[in-house]
Design a protein around this ligand. Structure first.
Ligand SMILES: C[C@H](O)[C@H](O)[C@H]1CNC2=NC(N)=NC(=O)C2=N1
Length: 114
């Protein structure tokens, strides 16, 4: 599908990247795994993934970090025994942009492969 978020390219964060409106966010939320939630007044996109043990959590954090480097758009990551939390926002505009949803969709796609 050509409008599949996970196939789009995450362009580097420039100041001109528009913050998405509430309806644009709602539309894109519907294209992500249901585990993604909005946080901090809708300025962050957060997914907590439960896994078995510490090594799997560390591995998932590493995958999220790798994705951030690939895309030039970097998540905040928190992990511990049995879980990994990945959070996206676009710092430069203090809100959610298309980049956050593209990265979230790519993260979903990687997880679906495992
Ligand atoms: C120049 C470079 O593209 C910017 O500093 C990028 C790097 N990664 C980033 N990641 C995120 N999540 N938000 C940003 O605003 C951001 N800015």
């Amino acid at each position: 599908m050509s409008d599949d978020l996970s196939t789009k390219t995450c362009i580097a964060c420039h100041g001109g990247m528009p913050v998405l409106s509430e309806s644009e966010v709602a539309d894109r939320m519907g294209q992500l795994h249901e585990g993604w939630k909005l946080a901090k007044e809708g300025r962050w996109l957060v997914r907590r993934v439960t896994v078995k043990g510490f090594n799997a959590a560390h591995h998932l954090a590493d995958v999220a970090a790798w994705l951030g480097e690939q895309e030039g758009h970097h998540p905040d990551i928190r992990f511990g025994w049995g879980y990994c939390e990945v959070e996206f926002t676009t710092h430069v505009v203090k809100g959610l942009t298309e980049n956050d949803f593209i990265c979230a969709a790519k993260f979903d796609r990687i997880l679906a492969l495992g």
